[in-house]
Every structure is written in C-alpha cells, then in structure tokens.
Write a protein that binds this ligand. Sequence first.
Ligand code: SF4
Ligand code: ZN
Length: 290
Amino acid sequence: MEKEKDFITSFEKRVKDTIDKYKLIDKDDKVMVACSGGKDSTTTLYLMKRFGYDVEALMIDLLIGDYSKKNLENIKSFCERYNIKLNVVDVKQELGYSICYMQSVIKSKTRLNNCTICGVLKKWLLNKKARDFKATKLATGHNLDDEASTVVMNLFKANKKIILNLGPKTGIIEDERFVQRIKPLYFCLEKDVEKYSKFMNFPVLYEPCPCSFGAFRKTIKKRMNKLEEKYPEIKENLVKTFLELKLDFKKFYDIKETINHCKLCEEPSRNSVCKKCKLFGIVKEGSIVL
Ligand code: SF4
Ligand code: ZN
C-alpha cells in the first residue's frame, strides 16, 4: 500500500514538474484536454483538474463501432464523476464522412496508413474546436514512449523536420487561429501511465483501437520496450538529447518555423494547402490537391 502511494506521489510530481519547468500552463489559461477515452488522455484530464487548472474535455467521436461507443461512455462517466465539462464533437457531422470511410478511400489511393490519416484529421479538428470553445491551451496525452518512437520513426524516414513538433510545448508560433498544444505526460513512460490509471481505477479501455493494426509506430514501440528492459532510461535519454539539440538542428538544416493559413480552409498550416485539405482532395475527387 505504501509503495502504491509512493508511486502515485512520484508520478504526479513528475507531471507537475514538467508543467512548471516548461511553463506549459499560465494561471489564466483555459485548458482543453483532447480526450480519446484511453488511459493517457484520461490521466491528463484528471491531473489538470487535480492541479486546479481551468479545464474542460474535448472528445472527437470517431465512430469506430463499439470501440468508440465504449470510450464515449467511459469519458462521460469520468467527467460526471469529477465534475468536468465535456464537449463532444461528431466526426461525421464535422467532416461529412466517418473516419473509417475516409481511411478506406485514402488508403486505396496512397500508401498512408490508418493512424496517419486519422491523426491528420483529428489534429485539424481538435485545433478548430479548441479555438471555438475559447481554449488557450490544448493538452494531449502524449507520453514518453510516443515521443521517443516519433524521434526514431522520423530518423528512419530521414525526416529533418522531426524537430518542429518535438518538446512538451509545440506550436510556439503565435497565431490567433492556432491553439498551443502541450504534453503534460511528456516524461512519463507509457507503462507508468497505465499503472497510475489502474491504481486510480479510471474507467478506460486498455485494449488497442481496432484500426491501429500494422502501424509502423507499434513495431518501433515494441522494439524500444525490449531495449528499455535491458537498458533503462534509453527513451528519456533519446528524447532529452534531441531536445537539447533542437536549436542547433534548426540552424544546421536552416529549418524555419513559419506558419501560413491554408488557402482552402484558412486553418493554420505550414504549406499553402493544409494536410487535412490534401486528404479531403483524395476523398472527394480522388486526386491530391497541391
Ligand atoms: Fe486513430 Fe490510429 Fe488512434 Fe485508432 S489508433 S484512433 S486509427 S490514430
Ligand atoms: Zn485546409
């Protein structure tokens, strides 16, 4: 019992220290937590409330069969239990199609996988909705395993822009249409988030999303877990090294953090047409919009 208490205290301290060290939240911020119903975002939501921030939950109902139904049920009961306002957005109402339909059309014409497609659409919708609900920060449940696997995946793909989204606080550029994203669980291992969520008895599903099969990230995560068993702290060391190199990396490759607005939807984008509109071009006309 004492051990359990110590774990909870040290886990919560790790999250609070990350928030304080990286100045993730100001006292007058309204924090919107992007909830999936899973352990990571539910833990983030709980801790934002427990630490006393002005917090609301935002859930995009992806309409992935029983999986989404159960997640929605869970987050509803969680928000009732902790007295948190829950905003639910229906993907079909917002985008006109179900996520599964868009994934199947796009996959038939490109080499993109389910999670890449879903990730782009969710990111676009979360920013738009967080802004509509007047949030000043958008918190996600990304953990250390997510970040470490992102670094490795990008290295394997020789993607030099890897550095742009790295860090507990992303989207530093000021833009009135952009809600800054923060990752309070940035230095927490996924297995610790799961342990915490189970100790706290959160109503969450621990099984994976049925659409995530075949994801490259999954393979990388599995391999990294094997390595971490043998060499503890490799994930944290990898991420910390890249954080320290961030500025040098940007200078060396002359990477500029500029932001435009998509000429089709007017949402913030690094290119003249955002990734979501490019995907929509494929769904609607079967062609890629450039
Ligand atoms: Fe979307 Fe992949 Fe997450 Fe499923 S696992 S919700 S497909 S990003
Ligand atoms: Zn767009």
